[in-house]
Design a protein around this ligand. Structure first.
Ligand code: GLU
Ligand code: MG
Length: 445
């Protein structure tokens, strides 16, 4: 960082009367971690970093290599909107993680995304992502824990005058104060389910914003005596929560959207078609990153607007990749939407593997098969030769073990620790005997 930038930041913190700075980073599974420093320590933190014990963090170092340090990224400075009372004003900065010899730590998800973004830059592209965050608002039970009772009983795009509408607006305001541009917010299909859509941003910034948005939505829900959950399928039999990811590539020199071709039937350039082909090619191999929980695979079933088959199309909400319609003349907003990710994923890793998959499609000039425009819930996809997404976390991990491109994108540390942690979770789930099994089998066999 330049001396000027450092000085400007310190001055800004003083003007904002900041008392504390939260230094934030993310573990391999995407959980936000933070260490708080009094503002007097900020100058030292900028100059020398802040040391911490990585061995205590999920998926980070083993004890032999435990010391790491955080270096705050100046561009991520923001006031925490709900922590500005009295003399406790708090700012947050997102950090990069370094090992004692001064190298970026290979287990830092932010570093993984930055590395893949650099590969895109080498080809002349900047990758943009816009997430649609779906979530449920649940009431708390008598002990203050999250219940399964939805906060409201409205449906898709319903206008309601209840508390949820107010809370959604509070959420949008808080995101805006964080400097995040919100495009829209609405009630989703299920009771208690909502969606907030963020404006596209360059991938690293978009991932920072996604983590921030999740924290913000949870905080605002909590202030209202509710619980916001990003669990992909909290209620059986109704829609789950996805995090559809809109993606586009911009030319680094001209600033033009390279996915756009107004003369094409789908408005897509050859580059965009190769990119989609890459996403389809690696869909199975990257699914464990995009939909990382045992529960994620209860969402990816037919009948709830979540994808099951590996296909693409325009209007089709059962397709894995959808090409949203755009207003005539606005080709700069041409984008493609991947629909299998859910909001429990680690956004840094998710955006990294999607980009790696798309770039692979471009580099290898992978051909894009014909679009599937019919509702795949009502045709036999096997007759069309369509592959399916993994049916369980176990399948998804196996598919990832067979995909060297995705492994390379994640780097050895993240790959090994991710698979290790998720395999443990899958094995744990597999050996659990559920209520469903007892009610179905015990009285019969
Ligand atoms: N909630 C659905 C899902 O799980 C998506 C609904 C929509 O199309 O917005 O992906
Ligand atoms: Mg939605």
């Amino acid at each position: 960082m330049t001396d000027d930038a450092r000085q400007t930041l310190l001055q800004r913190a003083e003007e904002d009367r900041v008392a504390f700075v939260n230094l934030q980073f993310s573990d391999v599974l995407g959980m936000a971690k933070t260490v708080t420093i009094p503002v007097d320590e900020l100058e030292d933190a900028l100059d020398h970093g802040v040391w911490f014990d990585g061995s205590a963090i999920e998926g980070f170092a083993r004890s032999v290599e435990s010391d790491m340090y955080l270096v705050p990224d100046l561009a991520t400075y923001a006031l925490v909107p709900w922590e500005q009372h009295d003399d406790l004003a708090t700012a947050r900065m997102i950090c990069n993680i370094y090992t004692p010899d001064g190298r970026p730590f290979g287990g830092d998800p932010r570093h993984i995304l930055a590395s893949v973004s650099r590969q895109a830059a080498d080809l002349g592209f900047s990758f943009h992502v816009a997430p649609e965050l779906e979530f449920f608002l649940f009431k708390l039970d008598g002990d203050g824990r999250a219940s399964h009772l939805p906060q409201d009983y409205a449906g898709y795009f319903d206008v309601s005058t209840d508390q949820a509408t107010l809370i959604r607006r509070q959420m949008v305001r808080a995101l805006q104060r964080f400097g995040i541009v919100v495009e829209a917010a609405h009630h989703e299909v299920a009771a208690g389910q909502h969606e907030i859509d963020l404006r596209h941003a360059e991938a690293l910034q978009a991932a920072d914003q996604t983590v921030t948005a999740r924290l913000t939505l949870k905080a605002i829900a909590q202030f209202n005596g509710l619980y916001a959950t990003f669990m992909p399928k909290p209620v059986a039999g109704v829609n789950g929560s996805g995090m559809h990811l809109h993606q586009s590539l911009f030319d680094l020199v001209t600033g033009q959207n390279v996915f756009a071709d107004p003369n094409d039937a789908y408005g897509l350039s050859a580059t965009a078609r190769h990119f989609i082909a890459g996403l389809l090619e690696h869909a199975r191999g990257m699914c464990a990153i995009l939909a990382p929980l045992v529960n994620s695979y209860k969402r990816l079933v037919p009948g709830f607007e979540a994808p099951v088959h590996i296909s693409w199309g325009r209007t089709n909400r059962s397709a894995l990749v959808r090409v949203p319609s755009i207003t005539t003349g606005r080709h700069q907003s041409t984008r493609i939407e991947l629909r299998c990710p859910d909001p429990s994923c680690n956004p840094y890793l998710a955006y990294a593997v999607m980009l790696a998959a798309g770039l692979d499609g471009i580099k290898r000039k992978l051909p894009l098969r014909e679009a599937a425009e019919e509702d795949l819930f009502h045709v036999d996809p096997r007759a069309r030769g369509l592959q399916t997404l993994p049916a369980s976390l176990g399948d998804a991990l196996d598919a990832m073990r067979q995909n060297t491109l995705i492994q390379q994108a994640l780097g050895p540390i993240v790959y090994e620790r991710f698979v290790e942690a998720r395999q443990l979770e899958w094995d744990n789930y597999r050996s659990f005997v559920s209520e469903w099994e007892l009610s179905r089998y015990l009285g019969v066999f």
